[in-house]
Design a protein around this ligand. Structure first.
Ligand code: SF4
Ligand code: SF4
Length: 249
């Protein structure tokens, strides 16, 4: 995103809308004496489009310039209105991580594991995303096909991302996939190793189908390994019919 120096009146109205937080600096206009405008830090801006969509600039100074590849990857991950043609999924990940009740991506005995890197104000570089993906790839972690990060891999067996995006960043990015329940301890250990190397924050999502009776399958694993966790559920309220029955097969 950029602000047109000839239009901007440095009113600061766009500042609070930026999830990356005060990345605009004041500049003196070179040709108009006494005129100040704001310049958006192009390194920290993730092209999320929030400031533009807020439509609060009184002089329409904000504009999104063309973003040739590899910078284009910023908006693909950070702007939820942009659909990545490779995966045809808008935004950072796939909604099936949260709607397993309908889509049935994670079958009994399987665990969905999502690693969500970056947060507003921090962001995540793709070089950090690659670190996480490369720790997981050799352990039998199956990357989600539709996820944009999976599309940016040059080799899914190693988790290596394309070289040209490594120094680009997004507001956040999700490494998304699944493993067998018995692999979960080694997967979580790998994520711990990756945590020592990345320069951003991340949360880990562990997703499992809960049987009609009995214990949450991942609970004993998480407790034995000493992880704190928060239990959140997504329930099918009848708006979508599961294509099969989970526990009768
Ligand atoms: S596009 Fe997003 S990150 Fe960039 S200045 Fe606007 S709100 Fe901030
Ligand atoms: S809202 Fe518009 S005029 Fe005001 S500081 Fe932002 S870009 Fe400049």
């Amino acid at each position: 995103m950029k602000a047109d120096a000839d239009k901007c009146i440095a009113c600061k109205r766009c500042f609070p809308y930026c999830p990356m937080g005060r990345i605009q600096t004041f500049k003196r206009h070179e040709k108009i004496p006494g005129r100040v405008y704001i310049e958006i830090d192009q390194e920290r801006c993730t092209d999320c489009g929030v400031c533009l969509r807020a439509n609060i600039c009184p002089v329409k100074a904000l504009y999104q310039p063309e973003t040739p590849w590899p910078r284009e990857v910023r908006s693909i991950l950070s702007n939820p209105l942009i659909e990545f043609k490779g995966s045809q999924v808008p935004g950072r990940g796939t909604e099936e991580m949260k709607t397993n009740d309908v889509s049935g991506r994670f079958r009994p005995g399987e665990v969905g594991v999502g690693i969500e890197l970056g947060r507003p104000g921090v962001g995540a570089y793709f070089r950090d995303v690659e670190i996480v993906a490369m720790e997981l790839a050799p352990l039998g972690y199956e990357f989600a096909e539709e996820n944009p990060i999976t599309h940016f891999m040059t080799d899914k067996k190693t988790g290596k991302l394309r070289e040209d995006i490594l120094n680009e960043k997004a507001t956040s990015a999700i490494v998304e996939g699944k493993c067998k329940l018995e692999q979960l301890p080694v997967i979580l250990e790998a994520i711990k190793r990756a945590a020592q190397k990345v320069s951003s924050v991340f949360t880990v999502e562990v997703i499992t189908k809960v049987p009609l009776e009995g214990e949450i399958p991942v609970k004993p694993v998480l407790e034995e390994l000493g992880y704190w966790y928060s239990i959140n559920t997504k329930n099918n309220m009848g708006l979508g019919e599961p294509p099969f029955k989970f526990y009768e097969e």
